[in-house]
Design a protein around this ligand. Sequence first.
Ligand SMILES: CC(C)(COP(=O)(O)OP(=O)(O)OC[C@H]1O[C@@H](n2cnc3c(N)ncnc32)[C@H](O)[C@@H]1OP(=O)(O)O)[C@@H](O)C(=O)NCCC(=O)NCCS
Length: 209
Amino acid sequence: MVGNDVVDLSDPETRPETLHPRFDGRVFDAIERAQVDAADDPDRQRWRLWAAKEATYKLVKKLAPATVFSPRRFLVRFDGSPWGQVQVGARRFGVQLIERAREVHAIAMRLEDLALPLVHGVRRLERDEPAAWLSWGPSTAVRRFGIEAIARAVGARAGEFSIVREGRIPKLVWRDRPAPADLSLSHHGELVAFACSLKDPAPWSPAKS
Ligand SMILES: CC(C)(COP(=O)(O)OP(=O)(O)OC[C@H]1O[C@@H](n2cnc3c(N)ncnc32)[C@H](O)[C@@H]1OP(=O)(O)O)[C@@H](O)C(=O)NCCC(=O)NCCS
């Protein structure tokens, strides 16, 4: 099972001056706050920690639907590498960061799922994107983006996939049945992102025409 969260660092709402003065105190524990304060780039470190918490929340919500997002209960531990852990109560989860110049993408997984094949991606919907992509809202764009990338990764046709909602949680459908995969979607600013863990071995095969 997987959860993901993307943060667009070029979005004005990530600037420190737009945050509530007590944001860090409300959201982070003492160890996380110390990491933000000591970081070469405190803003990026803040959003790494935040994305890890939200990605883990989306994962935990699937395991325990009654979970409430209380950011301080999601304790994030990074040691400078792109891999970290998030503790929620007695449970621990793995979290991976994938970063580029203006973005932070966090993917959370159950520790027992870390060896599963993972498909993931981030796409920035800037002005030079095809007009159709820019006209769709982020919910449509992230679904198109995720389906195209997953289909490419497993060697199936994009037209065989769809994404339905169970409550607010996205579920991948393949050939009209629940896909042997777990999906998570995210969008922020100009970015759309997804992560999808594939159950191994998955019965993907090229479609017969
Ligand atoms: C789930 C939640 C964390 C999503 O965060 P977000 O930053 O608004 O949105 P993102 O773009 O990262 O993710 C949105 C996608 O997550 C998925 N999603 C929504 N709720 C979800 C849930 N409970 N569990 C798993 N995935 C969920 C959906 O696919 C959604 O995309 P869609 O609306 O296009 O279908 C947020 O909506 C939420 O429920 N928060 C809890 C309450 C809260 O906001 N507390 C804040 C206290 S600081």
